[in-house]
Design a protein around this ligand. Sequence first.
Ligand code: AMP
Ligand code: MG
Length: 419
Amino acid sequence: MELNDQPLAVHEAQALSLAWIAPVGVERVSLFEAVGRILAETVHAPHDLPPFDNSAMDGYAVVAADTAGASEASPVRLEVSEQVTAGQLPQQAMSSGQAVRIMTGAPLPEGASGVVIQEQVRREGSTIWLTRPVKEGDHIRRRGEDIRAGQAVMSAGECLTAAHIGVLAAFHRAFVTVRRRPVVAIVATGDELIEVDEPPATGKIVNSNAYALAALVRAAGAQPLVLPLVRDNVAQVEAAFAEAAATADVVVSSGGVSVGEHDLVKPALERLGLEARFWRVWMKPGKPLLFGRLRGRPCFGLPGNPVSGMVCFHLFVRPALGKMLGLPETRWRLPEVSARLAHEVRTKGDRPTYLRARLVWTETGWQAEVLPGQGSGMLTSMLGAQGLVFFPEGKRVGQAGEVVPVLCLTSLVGDWPGL
Ligand code: AMP
Ligand code: MG
């Protein structure tokens, strides 16, 4: 395919990349491993929940009709016929005039129609006295009142929380089918890079992108696979991408993707037979961003500038991983909120611009504090950024108090897998 040199709009590039993304396969995991995973089956209740009528309180099971006229002036007297604790079975059906001592969670004896809590009863030996009527169904948890047998209780695409896991266990499900975590190979390129545990050296910088990208991959519910550093040399770049495509579901690279002499990612990928889809996106930070399919694997060539790389990850790779995990679109799109600018903001306006911002909840709604240091190499402005304020092309000034759209980076509702 001929690659268009014209940069694409963000939404066009997102649509093109997502069109080449399909959900990964599934695997069975133990409930102990299941939190944060994405369900890949519909779960139907195999039986009612609760599975049997039981008492909601410690007290006495009674035949409600026996207690109809009970009052302080004329208490009703009942004979305690047996005691049932949680986990036991009643020995006999109840009849009129009887009461069964019953504990929370114990099965209700046949014939019982209400439970009176122990604090409302006077007991003398095997006799109890009631001074007020018990209504039908009082303090009884009915079989199936929570979930009916056959009812669909969870659907594919839901992120498993502690509550899901509790419900699965209540249905005797020790294992559950979830989407496999997509393996994301991370390839960092650059002659200037050293590893985090190497001593500082003039002219060198730490390969911090590999760590930040690995963290983003994990927070998106996928599995990072960080490959060894790659120098700006065609053979090395080619070999690294070939290995990445052979071992991972997705390849994400950092650096070497612009038009400098040392930007070898695009030529190396083309030599490997990349089916390229686009390589420039009209946005700031970002712009160089290569996307295509390498030996069937989606491949994102992110810019090396740390902020550009992270912003492009949020806008392109994170939705792709969400789609691979089988999440519905409403979950993999970055949520957008409207917020008021806390102070005036100026930009060049030469491209659609994403500004790192802190989001603060106020009485009048969300307020966005655009952080200082918006240069694409200024990684510290990502610290504390919960959102990206969006300025369309041509917008140079945002007034204090003006309402602007903000893409949320961390999920405000906290339900993004892994967060
Ligand atoms: P590039 O996209 O390769 O031209 O890189 C742009 C700039 O991003 C470089 O000059 C570095 O300062 C920085 N950079 C590139 N790769 C990394 C990396 N792996 N970790 C941190 N910074 C990087
Ligand atoms: Mg480079």
